[in-house]
Each structure stands twice: as structure tokens, then as C-alpha cells.
Design a protein around this ligand. Structure first.
Ligand code: HEC
Length: 112
């Protein structure tokens, strides 16, 4: 195969891949914006704080009266019976999204 025959093929393939990767990553970003907090809450916090933050082994977290800046140290350092959770378990980004999620469902409950 000559250089001229191969070259256009490769760039079309590269372009296709670039577009596929781009589209793939934007849809992931959109999905995360929607339910990153809900997923992280249900995966980690909900085991103790109950479905929808209503309380279980841990106290209810709805209505969420704390800001991210307060929840972050509680999560990272723990609070008496609450174990500290590392960035391996939950990222800062997820904690931030959890706070937003809990405030959202808290507001929805109050509105009823
Ligand atoms: C293993 C169980 C467990 C997990 C998992 C857990 N918590 Fe807790 N959490 C507790 C307990 C128990 C307390 C009560 C601590 C105390 O005051 O003795 C608590 C307290 C808290 C408080 C303070 C509540 C208050 O009114 O003072 C916040 C905020 C909180 N947790 C947030 C979270 C978030 C966010 C997550 C998920 C990232 C999470 N917790 C995961 C058990 C847990």
C-alpha cells in the first residue's frame, strides 16, 4: 500500500474515533450532572442514613442543614459513630453532589 492510499483512511478513522470519544464523554457528563449525587448517596450514605435521607443507623439528613464545606470534613474525618470515608470510597465531587441531592429532595418534601 502506498502512503497516499493509506493516509486518508487513517485520518477518517481517527476523526471517527475522536467524535465517538467526544460524544461518549459528553453523555457521561450529562448523566453525572443529573444523578451523580443520588447514585453516590444510595451507594454509600444511604446504607446508614436511610433511603431518601430519612434516617436509619445514622440520623436523618433531610432536610439537609449543612453546606458542602461542613459535610466534607464530617465525611473525611468521621463523626463519632460515623466512620471516616476516604476519596477511594467517595470523591469530593460526589460529596458535593450528595449535598445538592439531599437539599433537592428536602425542598421537594417541604413543598408538599
Ligand atoms: C456506616 C454508617 C454511615 C455511613 C456510610 C455514613 N454515615 Fe453519616 N453518620 C452516621 C452516624 C452514625 C452519624 C451520627 C454521628 C453522631 O453524631 O454520633 C452520622 C452523621 C452524619 C452527619 C451529621 C448529622 C447531624 O445532624 O449532625 C452528616 C452531615 C453525615 N453523617 C453525612 C453523611 C454523608 C454525606 C455520607 C455519605 C458520604 C454519610 N454520612 C455516610 C453513619 C454513617
Amino acid at each position: 500500500m502506498s502512503y497516499f492510499a493509506r493516509r486518508p483512511m487513517m485520518s477518517v478513522t481517527a476523526m471517527f474515533l475522536a467524535v465517538a470519544v467526544y460524544l461518549g464523554s459528553t453523555s457521561v457528563v450529562f448523566a453525572q450532572a443529573d444523578d451523580l449525587g443520588k447514585k453516590a448517596y444510595e451507594r454509600i450514605c444511604g446504607n446508614c442514613h436511610g433511603p431518601l435521607g430519612r434516617g436509619g443507623d445514622g440520623p436523618p439528613l433531610v432536610p439537609m442543614k449543612y453546606e458542602f464545606a461542613e459535610v466534607l470534613p464530617i465525611t473525611r474525618e468521621g463523626l463519632q459513630m460515623m466512620p471516616k470515608l476516604s476519596t477511594v470510597t467517595i470523591s469530593d465531587e460526589e460529596i458535593k453532589a450528595v449535598v445538592v441531592y439531599l437539599k433537592t429532595i428536602g425542598a421537594a418534601k417541604k413543598a408538599k
